[in-house]
Design a protein around this ligand. Structure first.
Ligand code: PGA
Length: 255
């Protein structure tokens, strides 16, 4: 029997909260959330706010930080990009890879996400791989096929040991920032499909160790129900993670 997966409560701030706002956020948020090792709380602030977040989190090792994106090369003439080593040096433990805004606004392909996952693992950080279908793809009954196609190039470059380093976030694109959430049943069904794909590639025990998060309009009033679904190991929260009281309520929804 595998150890139960710890719930992960992750806030993706996207292009919100500069350094001053970040300091204010944590001054409000930290007193509302007791340190505890029964869950994992993670924030993905913008890169420019990372130092302010790290400073605010001194003495709170229960809250971890990640960056929202990296480039796969180690250094060089790549204007605007961040390397994995830089992210690690700054104190990041995790990296969001393949968020739907990276895929759909910035044109990132699944092969590029695989290269990024490779670089993140080689650099000793944890990749949080985001996958999810658009509304048209869901209406065309292709939701599972799309998620499978997004996962496959990443699974192809992992060794069995490395699977244990991966976190997957299922985020239906039509639920991101729209106020529409997948029904708990739809979320649970896709989480089951993701775990079956992991299991087919690496075996059930290895697949069971991978946290699979749900993201897309998670709010304080729907977090508990989503988190109680079988196979939903946590949430990746955008808009509602910008509000200290709201995100603190989501962190307490793990039951
Ligand atoms: P949302 O974003 O919670 O604002 O829908 C989720 C995400 O994009 O990670």
């Amino acid at each position: 029997m595998t150890a139960p997966r710890k719930p992960v409560l992750a806030g993706n701030w996207k292009m919100n909260h500069g350094p001053s706002e970040t300091a204010r956020f944590f001054a409000d948020f930290l007193p509302m959330v007791e340190p505890g090792d029964d869950r994992s709380v993670v924030f993905f602030p913008p890169a420019l706010s990372f130092a302010a977040a790290r400073e605010a989190l001194q003495g709170r090792p229960d809250v971890r930080l990640g960056v929202q994106n990296v480039y796969w090369e180690a250094s060089g003439a790549f204007t605007g990009e961040l390397s994995v080593a830089m992210a690690k040096d700054a104190g990041a433990e995790l990296v969001l890879i393949g968020h739907s805004e990276r895929r759909h606004v910035f044109g990132e392909t699944s092969d590029e996400t695989a290269k990024k996952v490779r670089a993140v693992l080689d650099g000793g950080l944890t990749p949080v791989l985001c996958v999810g279908e658009t509304l048209d793809e869901r209406r065309a009954d292709r939701a599972e096929a799309v998620v499978t196609e997004q996962l496959a190039p990443v699974l192809a470059i992992l060794s069995p040991d490395e699977l244990g380093e991966l976190v997957v976030a299922y985020e239906p694109v039509w639920a991101i920032g729209t106020g529409v959430t997948a029904t708990p049943g739809d979320a649970a069904a896709m989480h089951r499909a993701v775990r079956e794909q992991l299991s087919a590639a690496f075996g059930q025990a290895a697949a069971d160790a991978v946290p699979v998060l749900y993201g897309g309009s998670v709010k304080p009033d729907n977090a508990a129900e989503l988190l109680s679904q079988p196979g939903v190991d946590g949430v990746l929260v955008g808009g509602a993670s910008l509000d200290a009281a709201g995100f603190a309520a989501i962190c307490r929804a793990t039951g």
